[in-house]
Design a protein around this ligand. Sequence first.
Ligand code: NAD
Length: 371
Amino acid sequence: VIVGVASAPQPQERRVALVPELVKKYEALGAKVVMAAGAARRAHWADEAFPGVEIVPEPAEVFRRAQLVLCVQPPLDEELALMPEGSVLVGALQPWASRERVELLLERRITAFALELLPRISRAQSMDILSSQATVAGYEAALIAADHSPKFFPMLTYAAGTIRPAKVLVIGAGVAGLQAIATARRLGAAVEAYDVRPETREQVESLGAKFLDTGVRAVGEGGYARELTEEEKAIQAEKLGKAVGQADALITTASIPGRPAPRIITAEMIARMRPGAVVVDLAAETGGNVEGTVPGEKTWVGEVLLIGPTFVPSRMPVHASEMFSKNVFNFVSLFLREGSLALAWDDEVLAGTCMTHAGELKSERVRQWLG
Ligand code: NAD
């Protein structure tokens, strides 16, 4: 079987779905790998770093030739159109984002595994791109906040006095939020954090941060957060408003699977922040937790800087690619054996991750998301 590594279409995307150390592992499963020239260059790997991989001049050739394509971003529709009927696509496919893409996958009878759909059971943890990339994003969010803050994060004593640690408030204590908390703590900030899932209290406290309790609990399907009612939103806003007003840096990471990000921080709360305060909205790409953040931009609102970073894992492309590629490889090893693709549909991980197969939409969640 020929495994193709897609080149991401966006220039801001620096990750790649294969790192050199995995080439031999794919070969051991009986695969031959093809990749376009320069596909890993933005993650600092030259073509020569991939011995055994056939380097082809054009990204399109990868889609034409491979029976299994690996990707860090959904391919363009014209690239999907090049894939042979019945071939397999594995990677981050943003299954909620485009009805046209799903229709094309159905029409081309492509078996598409969107790793965003991966069941979050313990056996699948080593394949979980959402967790690995959220780890990178959370770490980066804390660094972006520190970098743009006009204040030190740590407490410092110097010859003429003492500097108090910065106050960092983190909203959403999932994988990204917890990593942002841990990173801000390592930099010495005083951290406070909030989530609607009650079990996050212990996780937040174990990182040396303070849990901000608004009294609002909102656990929905599969242990994930659900959307809040209007009444809950009002209670949350009141409690959060005060904490936001005292923060030197606010990092927001809240999201609900398949839904636009919840709008938690209002313009009014931002107006109450201290001059020089920094806001990093990790949810900017999916609608934003903060009123006024613009994806990919830095915006001043009075003396408060709002940052809506995009392509965040690409800020650390080496380790983000390594983590992503290993997740993908672990997933692919479920069905790539002795050079052939053996899809065992009784495997709940495989079945749960499948978006389309043989012209059929296989995911109930995707059906709901696309309405
Ligand atoms: P996510 O990216 O979907 O959401 C981030 C956080 O935002 C979540 O903690 C959510 O509770 C929070 N949130 C949503 N709405 C909010 C609101 N209005 N106000 C405040 N916070 C809000 O979540 P995630 O990080 O991908 O995962 C969440 C949890 O799932 C993890 O912390 C973990 O417990 C669990 N998980 C389990 C596995 C597994 O394999 N068993 C793998 C990964 C994650």
